[in-house]
Design a binder for this molecule. Structure first.
Ligand SMILES: [Zn+2]
Length: 76
C-alpha cells in the first residue's frame, strides 16, 4: 500500500494532483500508463498520480509521461 512518503523534490508536480514515486522494488504488477497506453511492467519504477480531491482515482504513469504532462501543465 501507499505510505505517506515525504515529498520528493525531484518529482515534477502538477497543480491539483498528488504524485509519488513507486520504486522498482514496490512495483509488483503490470499497469497501463494512461498517457501512452503502454504497459508499465512489474519491477519498473514509475509514478502513481491521483487528483487531490479524489484519492481513489489513482493512476500509474511512466515517469517520462508524467514529466511530459507536468511540462504541458495538464494531464492530456
Ligand atoms: Zn506512459
Amino acid at each position: 500500500m501507499l505510505r505517506p512518503d515525504p515529498q520528493d523534490p525531484w518529482l515534477p508536480r502538477l497543480a491539483g494532483y498528488e504524485a509519488r514515486r513507486v520504486p522498482a522494488y514496490r512495483a509488483a504488477k503490470d499497469y497501463v500508463c494512461p498517457a501512452c497506453h503502454n504497459t508499465i511492467s512489474a519491477g519498473i519504477g514509475h509514478v502513481v498520480v491521483w487528483p487531490v480531491e479524489w484519492v481513489e482515482d489513482r493512476r500509474h504513469w511512466h515517469l517520462h509521461c508524467w514529466r511530459t504532462a507536468t511540462r504541458r501543465g495538464r494531464l492530456a
